[in-house]
Design a protein around this ligand. Structure first.
Ligand code: SF4
Length: 312
């Protein structure tokens, strides 16, 4: 709730004039740069849920593809609840982090079983659903129910941490409690459905990892702008480990084989095939198989493997 956190030490006071100017300029920027994503005006809690889950750790350009494919396969939450989890995993395809498909499917079943097919409009109830964290709950409240709630994703962290605290790399340098405070403090009344996407889009295109301060309408209001102007830059992000031969790759290869088959596959043939293609020992593939089973993405039936964790 806004106003429940103590105000952190700010390098520059957030006077009513500065607060008003930030809101006004950002909303004016958004009026010109709004991305017409279908879930933003659908007023459909399910559509908002799918979009928010798809957006986790995924670039916006790919979110729209996942969203369109998912909504074509499962247009309503009841369609999803009545499908099998194997179908959900299949439709998710190669979108990455496939546990999200399982979470969506399980959430749909719970919502149909306990909430008459309607996603709740209380934050605590939403956050009790599988795979629904504070960001997803806020998006469902905003776009689905028209309720104000401050959303915080990686783009918003970057904008707020720079604008108010002057940190160049807020994901590392700005305490999460301060970001939370800032998100709630800046949120204008009854405008969350425009304010949150404005911050997200602004963070994606202007206050990006390498910011475009020279194009920024908030430059004169931003604590970090003089630092960037003086040539300071965030430390380079730590490089991810190689994908080839990683557990992520092996998991993806197993899933890919099972997705492509309507029937269960012999376990030994899957393990051998993946080990041969990836040029790794079978013991490593077995580890990946076990983690997929633990994540309920696949299951064993005697000596066979298949997608999903249940027959329904
Ligand atoms: S001035 Fe630069 S750092 Fe500050 S909000 Fe704008 S783009 Fe981000």
């Amino acid at each position: 709730m806004p106003g429940t956190r103590a105000e952190p030490d700010l390098p520059r006071p957030l006077s009513p004039q500065r607060l008003g100017a930030i809101r006004k300029r950002l909303l004016a920027w958004y009026a010109e740069h709004e991305q017409p994503f279908p879930w933003r005006n659908a007023r459909d809690p399910y559509a908002a849920l799918v979009a928010a889950v798809a957006a986790q750790q995924t670039q916006m350009s790919r979110v729209l593809q996942i969203y369109d494919r998912w909504m074509a396969a499962f247009p309503t939450i009841r369609d999803l609840a009545e499908a099998s989890d194997a179908d959900a995993i299949r439709v998710w395809g190669r979108a990455g982090y496939p546990r999200r498909a399982v979470y969506l499917h399980r959430t749909a079943q719970i919502v149909c079983e306990h909430y008459n097919g309607r996603l709740p409009s209380e934050r605590t109830l939403l956050e009790s659903l599988p795979g629904v964290g504070p960001f997803t709950a806020a998006i469902v409240l905003n776009f689905g129910h028209g309720i104000d709630a401050a959303a915080v994703d990686t783009n918003i962290v970057r904008v707020l941490g720079r604008l108010l605290f002057g940190d160049l790399q807020p994901a590392i340098d700005t305490p999460s409690g301060d970001i939370r405070w800032a998100a709630e403090r800046l949120l204008p009344d009854r405008q969350a459905t425009r304010w949150n996407p404005a911050l997200m889009d602004f963070g994606a295109s202007i206050c990006s990892p390498t910011p475009k301060c020279e194009l920024c309408p908030l430059a004169t209001l931003c604590v970090a702008e003089p630092k960037f102007g003086a040539g300071q830059r965030p430390a380079a992000a730590r490089a991810q480990g190689p994908f080839t031969g990683s557990q992520r790759e092996l998991r993806g290869m197993i899933l890919s084989l099972l997705r492509a088959s309507d029937a269960p596959l012999t376990r030994s043939s899957v393990i051998e095939h993946v080990a041969r293609e990836a040029r790794v020992k079978q013991s490593r593939v077995l580890l990946s198989e076990r983690s997929l089973i633990e994540d309920r993405l696949i299951r064993r039936i005697d000596h066979m493997l298949t997608l999903g964790s249940s027959d329904i």
